[in-house]
Ligand binder design. Structure first.
Ligand SMILES: Nc1nc2c(c(=O)[nH]1)N[C@H]1C(S)=C(S)[C@@H](COP(=O)(O)O)O[C@H]1N2
Ligand SMILES: [Mo]
Length: 232
C-alpha cells in the first residue's frame, strides 16, 4: 500500500550518516545546544536559542528522506518546528527581512551550506528538526538542529545548523569548494529528479549510485574515530 519511491531511488533499511566527504570529520562543538544566527538582508540580525523555538508549536512528521546518490529512507519520524512558523513568528516579526529577500542560505557548523528559495521552505512539510525517531538527532543526523525538506534531495537538508540567511540575490552563496556547482541544483526537487544542473538526473543517478558504499564507510569510520578520541 506504500507509494512508490521517486524516480531513480532505492530503499535502504538503515539511515546512514552521509554527506560530502570533506565534511565527514567535522562535528559540532556543542551538539546539545541550539544556536542559530538569522542574518542576510534583514533589518536586525538574531541569535536564536532553543528557548525561542520552544515558543512555537512542536510538530511531529513522518516523511521519506531521499539522498541525491539514490538511497532513500522510508518513514523517518522527525520532531521539531515548522519552518513556516519559525519564519512568520520569529524571522518576520523580529529580524524583518527586506522585501525580496527570498533566497535562503542555510549553513552548518561543519562549513557545509546549501540554499533554497523561500517559497519552497514555506511548504507545510518543511521543518527545523531536533529529534529523529524519538531521540536527539545525534552526531549522525545533524544535532543539535537540522533542516528537513522532504520534497528536496538530502543535500538541501542541512545538518548542524548555525545560520539561516535571507538574501535578495545569490551573491553571498557558493556551494562548498572544491565541489563543482553542477552538483547543486537551485531547487533539487526529488519528484522532478533535479539531482544537479547541466546533466539530466537520469544520468547522474548512475554515477552517484557508485559513490554510496565508500561514502557510507568514510562517514561511519570518521564518527567512530571521533568517538574513540572523545572517550579518551
Ligand atoms: N552540515 C551538513 N549537512 C548536510 C551534509 C553535510 O555534509 N554537512 N550532507 C547532506 C547530504 S548530501 C545528505 S544525503 C544528508 C545526509 O543526512 P544524514 O547524515 O542524516 O543521513 O545531509 C545533508 N546535509
Ligand atoms: Mo546526499
Amino acid at each position: 500500500m506504500s507509494i512508490p519511491l521517486p524516480p531513480g531511488q532505492i530503499e535502504r533499511p538503515q539511515f546512514p550518516r552521509f554527506g560530502l566527504g570533506k565534511f565527514a570529520r567535522r562535528f559540532p562543538a556543542e551538539p546539545d545546544r541550539i544556536r542559530v544566527q538569522v542574518a542576510g538582508d534583514v533589518e536586525c540580525k538574531l541569535n536564536i536559542e532553543a528557548q525561542l523555538l520552544l515558543a512555537l508549536p512542536r510538530i511531529e512528521q513522518q516523511s521519506d528522506f531521499h539522498c541525491v546518490t539514490t538511497w532513500s529512507i522510508r518513514g523517518a519520524r522527525w520532531s521539531g518546528w515548522r519552518f513556516a512558523d519559525f519564519y512568520r513568528q520569529i524571522v518576520m516579526a523580529e529580524a524583518r527581512p527586506l522585501a525580496e529577500a527570498e533566497f535562503v542560505v542555510l549553513r552548518g557548523e561543519d562549513g557545509y551550506c546549501s540554499c533554497l528559495p523561500l517559497e519552497d521552505l514555506l511548504r507545510d512539510d518543511v521543518m527545523l528538526a531536533d529529534r529523529l525517531d524519538g531521540q536527539s538527532l545525534g552526531l549522525e543526523h545533524g544535532a543539535p538542529l537540522r533542516l528537513i525538506a522532504p520534497a528536496h534531495y538530502g543535500y538541501k537538508n542541512v545538518k548542524h545548523l548555525v545560520a539561516i540567511e535571507f538574501w535578495r540575490d545569490r551573491r553571498a552563496y557558493r556551494f562548498p569548494l572544491p565541489y563543482p556547482t553542477f552538483m547543486d541544483h537551485p531547487r533539487a526537487r526529488v519528484a522532478f529528479e533535479e539531482r544537479g544542473r547541466l546533466f539530466p538526473g537520469q544520468i547522474l543517478r548512475y554515477l552517484y549510485r557508485l559513490l554510496i558504499p565508500l561514502n557510507v564507510y568514510v562517514f561511519a569510520r570518521a564518527l567512530a574515530t571521533y568517538r574513540r578520541k572523545q572517550a579518551r
